[in-house]
Design a protein around this ligand. Structure first.
Ligand code: MV4
Length: 446
């Protein structure tokens, strides 16, 4: 096992990784910007290195500074966490070139899935069901119209380098194609420096269902079931649950097998997530994330597996050591993302936390790096805590969640706690009756 790991991240996820390391007897090195000198991940780590000014571009995205910190502190491996450099193939490659281990997939797999056109064609080759659409990038307006006529309207045009909902346009008829294609390209070029675009059939009322996988790079791959992430606003997830209220055991086993067979063929290593749209009982691949995800804890809760611990183990070259039959899913888990934002306007609310009391008790987990007296900096995303609850049934989970949200005190900044309290008392939510557009409609934004 590694002796010392550098955690190239901040906030709750840096702390999450630190905790897994500590339990395994691994020393940790935190890196931080000048704005994060007082952060909990820095306080708890065995060593810390300041890697730059507040701006992420100059600190948490600064590959040279991070590699220097790794060299100075003599770590064995680097965990990229979530966001920042976690899906940067060049970073993974440079880490290996410098003689450190990258705790994640190979640079080749990161690249393969980072480009959505390549990801789509790989998924098809591997037998994963995809949304009907173009084979590769669309060349011009005529090809786009021809394709769209064949697929049937509406169609969605997407940037191959897309992310965060940017670079997508829906066309409802052939005469909308020229304008929307040009818009899509312009937006893609500006946001990602790449204007390659592909086309898919536009699904009107799908759920967003993603399957958690774990591989060892030797062909052993297991899945940890699915998460329903349909409750989102402007492409920001708000609340996630596992299992999905929309799936039965048969559908779960079927998609699980498709996904593990596929990733076993490419000998995928580390944690990953395959995202699907799910409509009328069918799964349609949209993309794969080659990293840990914010909502990974709900899968951990229902499977009783520490995903970061497993990432560390397989990164050393150890085999998984168990098969799918060892994964026993039990009960229900929900995560509420608590952001330092106004619960109705979502205006960020950085500043000093004057009071803090986290809920606890059976089945309640809080992943957070905040504390009383901590000042939430204005430079990064506004997630300050994840409240993760487990119960033996969805109902028990919901009762516990209601109780835990009531107990949660975060003073001094606005938080989305009141939004969650309202959300989990809505009849549609209680019935599990929602799709990807439900939350924005519910908030009167769509
Ligand atoms: C779609 C879609 C409908 N049809 N693709 C949005 C983000 C990107 N990851 C994929 N997205 C979508 N792709 C087809 N063919 C609808 C969306 C979409 C969406 C997907 C998941 C969760 C929330 C969403 C909100 C709006 C649109």
């Amino acid at each position: 096992m590694f002796e010392k790991v550098l955690i190239a991240n901040r906030g709750e996820i840096a702390l999450r990784i630190h905790r897994a390391c500590k339990e395994m007897g691994i020393k940790t090195v935190a890196v931080h910007s000048t704005a994060d000198a007082d952060a909990m991940h820095v306080r708890l780590a065995d060593e810390s290195v300041c890697i730059g000014p507040p701006s992420s571009a100059l600190s948490y995205l600064n590959i040279t500074a991070i590699l220097s910190a790794a060299t100075i502190t003599g770590v064995d491996a680097i965990h990229p966490g979530i966001g920042f450099l976690s899906e940067n193939a060049k970073f993974a490659e440079m880490i290996e070139e410098h003689g450190f281990t990258f705790i994640g997939p190979t640079p080749e797999h990161i690249s393969m899935m980072g480009d959505k056109i390549t990801a789509r064609s790989e998924a098809m080759k591997l037998g994963i069901p995809c949304v009907p659409g173009s084979d590769g990038a669309v060349e011009d307006i005529n090809e786009a119209i021809e394709l769209a006529n064949g697929i049937g309207y509406p169609v969605i045009m997407k940037a191959t380098a897309g992310g965060g909902g940017k670079g997508m346009q829906v066309a409802y008829s052939a005469d909308e194609i020229p304008g929307k294609l040009s818009l899509c390209r312009t937006e893609a070029k500006a946001a990602f420096g790449n204007d390659d675009v592909y086309i898919e059939k536009y699904l009107g009322q799908p759920r967003h269902i993603e399957v958690q996988v774990l591989g060892d790079g030797q062909g052993n791959v297991v899945h940890l079931g699915e998460r329903d992430c349909s409750l989102q606003r402007r492409h920001q997830k708000v609340l996630e649950e596992a299992p999905s209220p929309a799936l039965n055991a048969e559908a779960r086993a079927k998609i699980g097998k498709i996904v593990t067979d596929a990733l076993s063929k490419i000998k995928y290593r580390s944690a990953g997530t395959i995202e699907f749209l799910y409509e009328n009982g069918e799964f349609y691949f949209i993309e794969m994330n080659t990293r840990l995800q914010v909502e990974h804890p709900i899968s951990e809760m229902i499977c009783n597996i520490d995903l970061v611990r497993e990432q560390l183990r397989v990164a050393t070259g150890a085999p998984l050591g168990y098969g799918q039959e060892a994964i026993k899913m039990s009960g229900h888990s929900i995560e509420c993302r608590i952001n330092a934002e106004h619960p109705e306007t979502f205006i960020p609310s950085p500043g000093r936390i004057t009071d803090y009391h986290a809920p606890g008790g059976l089945g309640v987990r809080v992943d957070s790096a905040i504390y009383s007296g901590y000042a939430v900096p204005p430079y990064y995303d506004s997630l300050i805590a994840k409240l993760i609850v487990h119960g033996s049934t969805r109902n028990e989970c919901l009762m516990r969640l209601r109780r835990a949200l009531e107990e949660f005190v975060v003073g001094g900044v606005n938080t989305t706690i009141p939004l969650h309290q309202k959300l989990i008392s809505d009849p549609d939510f209680l019935n599990g009756d929602y799709d990807i557009h439900w939350l924005e409609k519910w908030m009167g934004e769509e």
